[in-house]
Design a protein around this ligand. Sequence first.
Ligand code: GDP
Ligand code: IMO
Ligand code: MG
Length: 434
Amino acid sequence: MNKMSTLVVVGSQWGDEGKGKITDLLSEEADIIVRYQGGCNAGHTVVKGDKQFIFHLIPSGILHKGVKCLIGNGVVIDPEALLQEIENLKKKNIEIDDNLFIDFKAHVVLPYHKTLDEIKEVKRGKDKIGTTKRGIGPAYVDKIARTGIRMIDLIDEKFLAKKLENNLNEKDTIFEKLYGLKIPNQEKKDILKKYREYGQLLKRYVTDVSLYLNKAINEDKKILFEGAQGTLLDVDHGTFPYVTSSNPIAGGACIGTGVGPTKIDKVMGITKAYTTRVGRGPFPTEMQGELEEYTRQKGGEFGATTGRPRRCGWFDAVLVKYAVRINGMDNMALTKVDVLSDFDKVKICISYKYNKEIIEEFPVNLEILQNCIPVYEEIEGWKGDISQITQYGDLPQQLKDYINRIEELVKTKVVIVSVGPKRSQTIIREKIFK
Ligand code: GDP
Ligand code: IMO
Ligand code: MG
């Protein structure tokens, strides 16, 4: 049996596939969980017993005693949001202080990033992206522009003052020239004071995540890289410009943690049994009207971060096949199959039609994607409550046919079937960590 100790968990669609649930589940066997990109735009839900937790920056393994939770350099950190998350968890008696580590090199989200995120969305008018308004895009802009403030800067009081002053002055000019806004001097002083405090509060968690992880790899520790968002929200490979500003795909795990590609053993795609999307942008298999509303209500499809209703659609095999390719996916966890129970027929999109031409590969051109018509295959639905089934063999035959067809179309094995939000509502077909 091949050794398997590093696994990347990645969203196969437009996010909210159930990465939180699966990460929490796999944390039972893992030693370390590390987030590698995104920020508090993510909302990862974990249900433990009758309690629900939503993680935004803290890895979804934190509920497991002894599991170390790391935030890699690729993540953008809103200190206010992170401190709030830490406080909320501490109130619930979750042990944080010895289990959380944040990389020195991770960039910091500042108030002006959030303001810019909001202003830019308003300015885009009907072309707005529908961001989470958490300042994610503008924070990554500053990182790439090499003006961003990192955790190492945040915890160094003197350096922070100098850097923040420069940044505030630069942003002030931008705000004034482009948007007619001014950052009052008092506000600048308040920001500096607040962020100095945040730095001091977070200092204890800051470390060299790359070093930590590579040492752990040498000791054969089991490590799970927890992707946020999803493949189609990737800034390079997603439905640009309707994407987030980071690389959620598996390749992002290396860049966002300082672990080399030769050290990654496997990639698992977390794949929803249908498709959802929050925010704007093309969505070929989107349902309409009552059917969409029914699916949304049944699946509880409302944003874990913003509460926005999620757009719902049928399973898109063209899109998931693309995600398999872009991520080099080894296997999949298929989630929320219970939501599709009691439909008379379920549909799978097997190709797209564009100007009478059949397209089988996910189009790079947004104009094509926006105007293509999905070609569906219909599969007999299954009836009844499947949410307590724990053995694959006990699932209704029609659901097994649905899963088989998905596996065949995207050429990837479904190793986990999730039939409900709880840990116990999971069918494991193959051991994950070997
Ligand atoms: P993430 O962002 O990928 O972690 O996903 P979210 O947490 O944003 O959204 C997934 C939602 O579906 C959450 O409310 C989960 O509790 C829930 N969920 C996860 N797996 C299942 C499942 O198999 N069945 C049902 N009915 N709900 C699920
Ligand atoms: P998790 O990790 C679903 C979407 C936003 C918007 C676009 C850009 O819970 O799956 P941003 O604020 O990142 O600049 O917004 O990306 N988006 C998500 N959609 N799940 C997420 O995270 C998302 N994070 C961002 O709705 O369309
Ligand atoms: Mg989510």
